[in-house]
Design a protein around this ligand. Sequence first.
Ligand SMILES: Cc1ncc(C[n+]2csc(CCOP(=O)(O)OP(=O)(O)O)c2C)c(N)n1
Length: 667
Amino acid sequence: MNTDPSTGADAVGHSEMANAIRALAMDAVQKANSGHPGAPMGMADIATVLFTRHLKFDAADPQWPDRDRFILSNGHASMLLYAVLYLAGYGDMTIDEIKIFRQLGSRTAGHPEYGHAAGIETTTGPLGQGLANAVGMALAERMMNARFGDALVDHFTYVFAGDGCLMEGISHEAISLAGHLRLSKLIVLFDDNSISIDGGTDLSVSDDQMARFAASGWDVAHVDGHDPDAIDRAITAAKQSDRPSMIACRTVIGFGAPTKQGTAATHGAPLGDEEIAAAREKLGWPHAPFEVPDAILAPWRTAGQRGALARTAWQEKLAAVDDDTRTGFEGLLSGDLPGDVNVTVNTHKRRLSDEAPAWATRKSSQEALEVLTAHLPAMIGGSADLTGSNNTKTAATAPVAAGDFDGRYIYYGVREHAMAAVMNGLALHGGFIPYGGTFLTFTDYCRPSIRLAALMGLRVIYVMTHDSIGLGEDGPTHQAVEHIASLRAIPNLNVFRPADAVETAECWQLAIEAKSTPSVLALTRQGLPTVRTEHTDENLSARGAYVIADADGDRQATILATGSEVEIALAARALLQADGIATAVVTLPCWELFDQQPAAYQAQVLGGSGVRVAVEAAASFGWSRYGVDEANVVGMRGFGASAPAAQLYTHFGITPEAVADAVREQL
Ligand SMILES: Cc1ncc(C[n+]2csc(CCOP(=O)(O)OP(=O)(O)O)c2C)c(N)n1
């Protein structure tokens, strides 16, 4: 036992504090009979140094906006995070929660879940995502700093990452972007233990990780991950750097488990009673399972209070700034929209209905964005190198660059994976509503992060243009087919496919108003007529679907359509009505919102027992939920082709005539 001057802990020293993490991890995993003791035991020394000597936080106020962020990217090491949160005294994380690790209703899920307990800054588990989220958080920190200065915003983002995180492709994009933007307040602690599930990492990887980071413009260092003073010095140096920093910490996985440490056997399975008993012996931890003696808990709790003074000093600074600054700061962090967004959108909608432009919905999106970004400083745009195609850049959004974080537009480069994960980080940090663009086909490259945004309930908006064969000559590699259906399958994700300029404005409003739901906007490359030529203040898209053209006479048939195919549905209706077949057209800009409507509204929109046909230039999958048989979906049955868009619509039979025939065949 020795004295640690920075924590004031004089009764016990670093090792006992780190062993508390190790003991809790092995005991909780053993009790749950599942989990990952290896990484928590291996990284316990690093976590102890970080939380007791560097991390700026106050366990009594875990949401303090200027706290340092701690991201556990190797989410399987969740017990490390839960142990540290408990030891440091975060109110949400009690010893009882640790005893019910991985059980239904606990805050201690298998992998850390954002929202389950304060101190869990993001949901991790899919390796590499946390690292990329952290890049977004570190970027958000600099952007908030550029707006409000050092007094209000000046914090670090620390990441724990394992071999797995660094093997994932997303890490390349995230590291590259962070280096390019010189995110100097980002510090990654790499758990360099040379072990993953299959065994030694030499089975599958030979990268020089330090050289890799250095090549992307990072500062790099390596330390013995079990030498607290060396870790401390490395973190101190990293904080001084004008670049992001990576510290490779050489560790032993499962440190303390006498026969299993250093092997993959500790990675993801309980150690077993015998090994745990021997580990207790080896570590000098004689205490019962889940018992942390007061003498060891006390310095941890002291560490949890280390930031209290800094936090109150910060609150005084916030109180001392002028009213406009404070209101602006708090307004951004609250995520609330100004009260007059509806007025702004309606002024815009009225102009569109009057002028009835024949724009592609990607162009309509840009026009909506011009209005919204001018009005909402929280909105941060970007594109994965398709700015001119996605139409995501507006007059109000100047570019962000290294050393110039005042801007609101991020050139993500050709990095869709990282873009989506960075947007999650921007949203998680607080202060911003991120939107970013690419082609709808490349939602495949964003999908893991889209899914996590939906799981976490984040307001992130994906501007996905070139949404079908309607993009034409670029061909089937670029033409989305199955994407819309597969995105609709993700819970808590709104998939918007607006039919014209007015619906696009409405969908944008719904996307920015959905505080706990991410949104995909599927937008066309090709021009479309304005179908909503009569202005209404009501946001009709908010109900997800509505009758856009009623039947002339008692409804015999209903044509359901989305996006660019609403025009085709209306033309089909004209053909049918000319033959005396009373046909209604329903536009469905958002299935998810329609599914939330009362049954009576749904029935009224979908029509009674009459004929139902759907038209959508996409895979037919999913329309059965609205009572449309597969045979009655006019859509794609395979991949597209390279040709001018009009020819493709004819070639694939997505035409007014085909829709009208599909109706007639059923009458
Ligand atoms: C995207 C993704 N792919 C695969 C996995 C499954 N997985 C979890 S941990 C792991 C091994 C990671 O190795 P490392 O980061 O070295 O962790 P350690 O063995 O040191 O705990 C794998 C393949 C995952 N969680 N996420």
